[in-house]
Design a protein around this ligand. Structure first.
Ligand SMILES: *Cc1c(COP(=O)(O)O)cnc(C)c1O
Length: 382
């Protein structure tokens, strides 16, 4: 593990992810399934360890971005059902069937293609139908004056599809008591009721709750499954924290590479945007936008050095950035926390997100491959 902590690394607490998983699980009514969203390398937290952990904790389903990460999960020995949120080219349907991977179907045309290929193979492809109730992304459109009932009724009769579930995605569930969300939920519930009445078919798994809905619209857990992502990693999707206590799982750390004195007039980094106005001391950190620390954050963030906040100065480079340590004792090799805790000080991911004009999701997802994920606490010990 030491060898992974020589330059810049992300420490990921599996114990905290387990805590978050259990805190969410506790709120779910008996029988409600838990789909753990581990797409996008588990929001940057390392999909292998997170998927293994969630499976051990009893997650009923895992979600992948596309066929590549779904197949990768199978290669790690993940046995739980896996749902692909994205589109898969019909020529890979045989892989999905062989690997027992569930595919999202978002329109009639795709449903026809998938069904015809699966039937020719003498198999059925397991699918969940996705309905667009206002997100304006993937899905059979059931919104405004568009009604996809007939299209879905036709899909229900396709011989090559094993239709296990139906779901929708909420656009503003991070806000409490929001009319748009209520409209989406009503549209989804009405559609499902209608389809079931008209066809006699029963969807085994109906679902719509992302993290925002798990926190702000608890009634969504009365469906058959919830699909939280961000919450698992201990982060809140919006301002409202509800009554659930989550623990951030990731801390981003690096080590002082060099400490130097500045004289008045000395400049720091590209463009000389920072010029010392007095004698000062800087530390060079081996982290930059090549690691996922956005250049747009240049001059805006603080980091923690030996329990104290130090301001980042000058432009963030590809592999380095500089901080002002004039009043902070520090030496080469000291651990620096970009976000996370050091002693009594804590820098939340949200602080960086706000300064970058984005959301916490993007900060953890942005960490690049060369940043080792160091997982603390093993699945069998948490
Ligand atoms: C990413 C995603 C989720 C999880 O969203 P969070 O806000 O991270 O909880 C759920 N459902 C779908 C369809 C998604 O794409």
């Amino acid at each position: 593990m030491q060898s992974l902590q020589k330059r810049t690394w992300a420490e990921v607490s599996l114990a905290n992810i387990a805590h978050n998983y259990n805190a969410i699980r506790e709120r779910l009514p008996e029988g409600c399934r838990f789909l753990a969203v581990v797409k996008t390398n588990a929001y940057g937290h390392g999909a292998k360890r997170v998927a293994e952990l969630c499976e051990n904790l009893g997650a009923d389903y895992l979600a992948a971005t596309g066929i590549d990460d779904a197949v990768q999960m199978r290669s790690w020995g993940i046995k739980a059902p896996i749902l692909i949120f994205g589109y898969t080219q019909p020529e890979y349907i045989d892989v999905l069937i062989r690997k027992r991977i569930t595919q999202t179907v978002d329109c009639l045309e795709t449903a026809r293609e998938y069904s015809s290929i699966a039937s020719k193979m003498g198999h059925k492809l397991r699918v969940h139908l996705k309905v667009d109730t206002g997100m304006g992304r993937l899905g059979f459109i059931c919104h405004g004056d568009r009604d996809c009932r007939q299209e879905i009724l036709e899909t229900l009769n396709m011989p090559g599809l094993d239709i296990e579930g139906i779901f929708t995605h909420l656009a503003v569930s991070d806000e409490q008591d929001d009319d748009y969300t209520k409209m989406q939920l009503d549209a989804f519930n009405a559609l499902v009721k209608n389809l079931e009445e008209e066809s006699g078919f029963r969807f085994k798994i109906k679902h719509c709750a992302n993290s925002g809905a798990v926190i702000n619209y608890r009634q969504t857990a009365s469906l058959d499954m919830v699909r939280p992502g961000l919450m698992l990693y201990g982060l809140y999707p919006g301002r409202c924290k509800g009554d659930i206590e989550l623990r951030p799982a990731m801390e981003l750390k690096t080590r002082v590479a060099c400490v130097k004195e500045l004289s008045p007039g000395d400049c720091v980094s590209y463009g000389c945007t920072f010029v010392a106005d007095k004698k000062a001391k800087t530390a060079v950190l081996p982290i930059g936008y090549g690691d996922g620390l956005h250049r747009a954050l240049s001059g805006k963030i603080d980091v923690l050095v030996n329990g104290k906040r130090a301001h980042q100065i000058g432009r963030i480079c590809m592999d380095f950035c500089m901080i002002d340590v004039t009043d902070i004792p520090c030496s080469v090799g000291d651990v620096v926390t970009v976000f996370g805790r050091d002693g009594n000080e804590f820098i939340p991911v949200e602080e960086l997100a706000e300064k970058a004009g984005t959301i916490s999701y993007e900060i953890t997802c942005a960490l690049t491959e060369r940043v080792p994920r160091v997982h603390i606490g093993s699945p069998d010990r948490v």
